[in-house]
Design a protein around this ligand. Structure first.
Ligand code: S3P
Length: 173
């Protein structure tokens, strides 16, 4: 059984719009594991939407809350697939925690795909103040060294997630 062999929670990391939540849900379905979206958990804990947290308290406060929520989700090591927000794995403390307690999978795709997928929702504070394509390209460059510390790297093509999910499964099994 693949699920037993993995033995640790699986944490998806990578840029906004790469498909961490969609891929995570499908992967959890295949493994018969729970799926948790860390951003949803943060919003539940804070009783605030993410843009509101950024506006009211700033990014530093958000990163700290994000680390605490992810620490809590990884506490008992139960078989769970967790999708993280794009900046989580770039925070050294959060990254260390994930590397210690989970199998981290970096989902990556080209900037065109990120632009297309992030355009579907207007809930990302980091994309508000400028051209999304420029911001996404810059962040992807800056963050690649952090993301590359994940032991598994899967490229997500622009199209259905089935193939990506299968590649993640091959990577972790
Ligand atoms: C962020 C990504 C978002 C969310 C917040 C910050 C980032 O999550 O955590 O807006 O720093 O890349 P998604 O990756 O799910 O969009």
């Amino acid at each position: 059984r693949i699920a037993e062999r993995i033995g640790r929670p699986v944490v998806l990391v990578g840029m906004m719009g790469v498909g961490k939540s969609s891929v995570g849900k499908r992967l959890a379905g295949l493994l018969h594991w729970n799926f948790i979206d860390a951003d949803d958990e943060i919003e539940r804990s804070a009783r605030m939407a993410i843009p509101e947290i950024f506006d009211t308290y700033g990014e530093g406060y958000f990163r700290d809350g994000e680390r605490r929520v992810i620490a809590r989700l990884l506490e008992d090591g139960s078989p769970t697939v967790i999708a993280t927000g794009g900046g989580a794995f770039c925070n050294p403390a959060t990254r260390q925690l994930i590397l210690e307690r989970a199998v981290a999978v970096w989902l990556d795709s080209d900037v065109d795909t990120l632009v297309e997928r992030t355009a579907r929702k207007d809930n990302r504070p980091l994309l508000r103040d400028g051209d999304p394509r420029e911001i996404l390209a810059k962040l992807r460059n800056e963050r690649a060294p952090a993301y590359s510390q994940a032991p598994i790297h899967v490229v997500s093509a622009n199209g259905p997630h089935t193939q990506t999910v299968n590649r993640v499964l091959e990577g972790i099994a």
